[in-house]
Design a protein. Structure first.
Length: 673
């Protein structure tokens, strides 16, 4: 088999020259074109004075030019150093200071005046007649410096050699069972170990990789799966949650087209481990443990091993595994007595060390074994079970509590979407530490019910003594939990909750379009409408009108006329099914604040409905076509004044399922200090 990624691409350029290697939106390049681009870029780098062993920074954009750049650097014997495309200047400067690069291939970033830049986008544009011969590096030559994106301490540059990367590619290939016919969708950051190893492995076996810039919008994911006939997807656990939330009922259809989904960079929750195989019976679900220092090393096919659903899997045969005690000086006997220790691995896939960090390297590699900070135990079949990071274990009066075990139980409660357990100081001085639980609640969360659930499912000393609500858990670039940020939040805020009931209501409300056949009580409906009446009104004119339609036949009649008229007038109407009532919020067209007043009232109504567990959706085509004769005739029958414009129609009912979690723009706020 090929010994480097570059060698593999050169080989496939001869074997399958017209097969697509890398796809991104409307741009797809074949193995022949990829080879030519790499060779052109390599000549340009040589002309720029790059020589063997030189470190070169690259902005890790999810585009073909990044793949070309990485390979071109290694083609001429350089060392590629990927940089997060969203990295702050300070972070880039620190990495540049550490590795002393001779060049930065980028179109958007800078690494200080002392580092020259060259356009990554233009690196291979101008074809060259000269072709450099590719020289296979020695097995211990450094090819990449991959900086950790962890949440503990200073980022470290893992030295990846030719031997290490080759083993890494083969481990992913065999651990997942990748095939050369696969088309792998890769919406992951390409400066991260997971994204890099999937990209490398896909091209290493001659398959096709489809690049995508993140998971924010499920529509793009769906488009790529269908357009490129993708057979595989690489994802992180948090992104799977987002995808399922946005796709809703289409998730089974779209994701079911895939042969497999590999999930890494964090453990998949027990809920999803159970849900995904049932939802996608023809798609194999893999959960992989890996790190920047090892690449993918422990694999579990969840679909084929339901009895090991709580495990992180088994290491591959090429990887040695043992458990060490806290003193690192002996092997813990296992598995029958479930003794716990640090997971320790050995194999060609492991890094050579941390760049210019001898002390950290010495602490990480002992007698050739890579010591992780993960506490684990194994069962009688050799499957590994994760208890969490060693420094996250909570000491409750001498009893050891694993945050992972607490979280696993808590996530079984239906009112919790996400949660994290940490240990904090017991201010009474009795227990030393106590566990607390940060919770991202779902619509059905009830604090007392949650407390009762936890008390009934775990030992008393493990029960979190504080339950604190958050809008979302802090995560790093890979959507991996940042526990350190939670410890800092506790130190800064203690038990103070930003997510009070009002904010919880605002942040959790979703649009609902499908409703149960369950009536809303008169008293609750009256309170919901009262919330609209109590909305602010410009100059306190209160010229609005609230028309509540409860007759399902009349709702259906309005829907039919609305859809027919909207189609004639080229106005788009989003659907809704089976609401128990429809609230029309109208206002006098002579009131210049009418639309604002109606909007405030509509928002109040939807938030009030949500507080009672009732779903809602705002339908706004009536504001455009309410004066069309057939519609106005119907509105007149509802006694809505002819001078009124219906600014909002709100469908209400008990939801069949939770609404979609849509991505929110975060770059729309500007603080003027």
């Amino acid at each position: 088999m090929y010994q480097t990624l570059v060698e593999a691409i050169l080989g496939y350029a001869k074997k399958t020259p017209e097969k697509y290697a890398v796809c991104f939106r409307s741009k797809s390049i074949t193995y022949r074109e990829l080879k030519q681009s790499i060779e052109t870029a390599a000549v340009n780098l040589k002309e720029y004075g790059i020589k063997r062993g030189d470190r070169i920074l690259l902005t890790a954009v999810s585009k073909p030019e990044y793949v070309i750049g990485i390979c071109a650097v290694q083609y001429i014997g350089g060392v590629s150093v990927p940089i997060d495309k969203n990295a702050r200047r300070e972070s880039i400067f620190l990495i540049a200071e550490t590795v002393e690069p001779v060049l930065f291939l980028t179109d958007t970033q800078e690494a200080g005046e002392q580092v020259k830049t060259l356009s990554l986008k233009k690196l291979s544009v101008q074809q060259k007649e000269e072709v450099l011969s590719y020289q296979l590096p020695d097995e211990n030559d450094m090819l990449e410096l991959l900086f950790t994106t962890g949440t503990t301490g200073k980022s470290k540059g893992a030295i990846l050699t030719r031997k290490c990367i080759a083993a890494n590619m083969q481990n992913t290939w065999h651990g997942i069972g990748m095939k050369k016919e696969d088309v792998v969708l890769l919406p992951l950051p390409l400066n991260h170990s997971f994204g890099m190893r999937v990209m490398r492995s896909t091209l290493y076996i001659g398959a096709t990789v489809v690049l995508q810039n993140g998971f924010a919008f499920a529509k793009e994911l769906e488009k790529n799966i269908l357009e490129f006939s993708c057979t595989a997807l690489a994802a992180v656990p948090a992104s799977i949650e987002v995808i399922l939330g946005q796709m809703q009922e289409k998730a089974s259809e779209i994701l079911g087209k895939l042969r497999y989904i590999e999930i890494s960079a964090g453990s998949l929750s027990m809920k999803l481990r159970k849900k995904l195989p049932d939802m996608l019976p023809n798609t194999e679900i893999y959960n992989t443990w890996g790190s920047t220092e090892t690449g993918g090393a422990v694999f579990l096919n969840i679909s084929k091993n339901p009895e090991k659903i709580g495990s992180i899997g088994k290491p591959l045969e090429s990887i040695q595994f043992k458990i060490l005690d806290s003193d690192y000086n002996k092997t813990v006997e296992y598995p029958d007595n479930r003794q716990i220790g640090r997971m320790t691995l050995k194999g060609e896939m492991q890094m050579a060390g941390y760049y210019h960090m001898p002390e950290q390297t010495k602490a990480a590699i002992l007698d050739g074994w890579l010591i992780t900070n993960d506490l684990v135990y194994t069962d009688s079949d050799g499957y590994i079970y994760m208890l969490g990071r060693a420094d996250d274990i909570i000491n409750v009066g001498g009893e050891k509590v694993s945050p992972v075990e607490v979280e696993t139980v808590a996530l079984e409660y239906e009112g919790i979407r996400e949660c994290t357990c940490i240990g904090v100081e017991d201010k009474t001085g009795v227990l030393g530490q106590i566990p607390i639980l940060y919770i991202v609640p779902s619509a059905s969360y009830q604090k007392e019910a949650c407390i009762q659930f936890l008390a009934g499912h775990m030992e008393k000393y493990k029960i979190p003594q504080k339950l604190l609500l958050l809008e979302e858990l802090p995560k790093n670039q890979m959507k991996k939990l940042d526990r350190k940020a939670l410890y800092q939040k506790w130190e800064k805020m203690g038990e103070t909750e930003l997510l009070n009931p009002v904010m919880q209501n605002i942040l959790n409300r979703r649009s609902i379009r499908h409703f149960k056949e369950q009536d809303i009580s008169e008293d609750i409906l009256a309170m919901i409408i009262k919330a609209g009446i109590y909305a602010p009104s410009g100059h306190n004119l209160q010229t609005w009108r609230f028309t509540v339609i409860k007759n399902t036949q009349k709702i259906f009649q309005l829907k039919q006329i609305l859809q027919k008229t909207a189609k004639e007038k080229n106005v788009y109407v989003y659907g809704f099914e089976n609401p128990r009532c429809l609230v029309l919020v109208s206002n006098d067209r002579r009131n210049p604040d009418g639309i604002q007043d109606a909007s405030c009232a509509a928002q109040n109504i939807m938030l009030a409905a949500y507080s009672y567990g009732i779903g809602s959706v705002w339908l706004n085509p009536l504001m455009t076509i309410c004066d069309e004769p057939k519609i106005r005739e119907l509105l007149n029958s509802y006694l809505i004044p002819s001078e009124h414009i219906v600014w909002a129609a709100i469908a209400l009912g008990y939801p069949i399922e939770e609404g979609r979690m849509l991505a929110k723009k975060i770059d729309v706020v500007q603080y003027i200090i």
